[in-house]
Design a protein around this ligand. Sequence first.
Ligand code: AMP
Ligand code: MG
Length: 343
Amino acid sequence: MNRFIPECLIITMICLGVESTAHTFGVGIVTEKGKILADVKDTYKPKLGSGIVPQEAKEHHLRVKEKVVEKALEEAKLGMGNIDLVAYSQGPGLPPCLWTGMEFAIKIAGDHDIPVIGVNHPVAHIEIAKLVTGTQDPVVIYVSGGNTQVIAYASGRYRIFGETEDIPIGNAIDTFARKAGLPHPGGPEVEKLARSGHYVELPYVVKGMDLSFSGIATAAVKLLKGGKKLEDLCYSLQETCFAMLVEVTERAVAHTGKKEVLLTGGVAANKRLTEMLEIMCRERGATFNAVPLKYAGDAGAMIAWTGLLAYKSGERTEKKDPISRWRTDEVEIKWLTRGEPQV
Ligand code: AMP
Ligand code: MG
């Protein structure tokens, strides 16, 4: 860097990212150097006793989008004229929500004649997690309301080493919590109640490297109706689901030989899960990082940062329509493959 020019005057690319795959409408603004200038979100809350209703989430996004982008620009102390690139979450996600985000991104990019790029949402979770924790090449555990995957980079892609065969872990916990009359999202409530619980047996379902959570949630609900204590079921649900996740992660670490483990997604907020992973990593000689909550859930900043990485590596989005089913391992990670032999 030229030491006579103040850093603020050195021109770097700035990207505005739009997240809208499910409950959250978020706008983040990030520089090419990885500085997060703003990250604003507004989250749709389903009525008590109900899960996300896609149409309602879409209406929420439409209602808040202008306000969220204005707040983000204000937080970054920038105008749209300072933005060089607009990125949006292209999938996977709920189609009505994805369309809203894409149309909004295309509109604001078009109004200011700047390029727009589509980003894969799980890949964005991984990239922002790496950025904010400074990890280089981790085994990533991505656990949220909509996903459960154990992922690691190999030969040009983020490969899925293990994943749920049915519902995501956050969804299993939320479903149980809802049936138990707890407010949404159920994760934090279950974690609190689990502190005074004792173990009761629940099914433990690991198949090869894959996981299944729906039977566990159903069994826990059945036991609750049969008179078992709520605290005991919260404790046992956590212990069982998390032990399964740690088992698969440990095998992924052993197989890949990677030395870093990185936990992200909304369920990363859970202290018991981080404690269990910490113990496993210590025993394996790997470092463990959990993404700070602010960047563990869905947010615009992760889309902005990944949009920048993709754009700078030459990626362009020709077909802009949402891809509601888009697997993490379908994305070519061009920004990590330069100079690397492809298989
Ligand atoms: P996300 O889909 O990434 O926004 O994350 C939302 C999911 O994280 C929901 O399923 C929540 O129940 C879950 N979650 C949030 N906090 C906790 C917690 N302390 N323990 C377990 N799950 C949690
Ligand atoms: Mg997510």
